[in-house]
Design a protein. Structure first.
Length: 189
């Protein structure tokens, strides 16, 4: 059954490749910096708002179903990995941070499938929530940085913003590894 929250989740899955295309427009065309900046801001906002909205609606109207429990984390990972791939490819995110994040996400997906096969659900830990927060902050700062740079806005804050962004990327990598280890420990039990 395709509930409204699940339809919103599917929209988020569709928006992830649109973000990728919009992000790389200037690199592929040699122009369209402004168009790209506005598109990635709009698509990013759409992805993040829909992430909140689908969960809110599912809980409020008791539409929590197994399909949504699988699709929602998949949409989260797909969208965030898309942002981070764009950032890493253009040199904004250190490649080693991207690798840690992608390895963690693939390993967690594998573990979740194994656990679900046994009928076991491992609840999110504090570190998992901190990881989600650092990913979100990384996404917001990264999208703002790229957009400001492409639009030629707030140039005076780009350097401190970039330094802040790198620090948040490092924190994301740390939270990613730590949350994986916590999840692995909980899964062993």
């Amino acid at each position: 059954m395709m509930t409204l929250p699940n339809k919103i989740t599917v929209a988020r899955i569709v928006l992830a490749p649109l973000f990728f295309i919009s992000y790389f427009l200037p690199l592929w065309t040699g122009r369209l910096n402004g168009v790209s900046a506005y598109l990635i801001l709009i698509i990013f906002a759409g992805i993040e708002i829909s992430d909140f909205l689908d969960g809110y609606l599912a809980r409020k109207h008791d539409f929590v179903i197994d399909l949504g429990k699988v699709m929602d984390p998949f949409a989260d990972v797909l969208s965030r990995v898309t942002y981070f791939l764009c950032f890493a490819f253009t040199g904004l995110m250190p490649l080693w941070v991207f690798l840690i994040i992608i390895y963690r996400e693939l390993a967690i997906t594998f573990l979740r499938m194994m656990m679900m096969g046994k009928g076991i659900v491992v609840a999110a830990s504090l570190w998992g929530k901190l990881k989600a927060i650092t990913y979100a902050v990384s996404g917001v700062l990264g999208v703002f940085y790229v957009s400001f740079e492409r639009l030629g806005l707030f140039l005076v804050i780009l350097k401190p913003l970039r330094i802040s962004l790198v620090i948040v990327f490092y924190l994301s990598a740390f939270a990613s590894v730590t949350s994986f280890l916590v999840y692995l420990k909980a899964a062993k039990k």
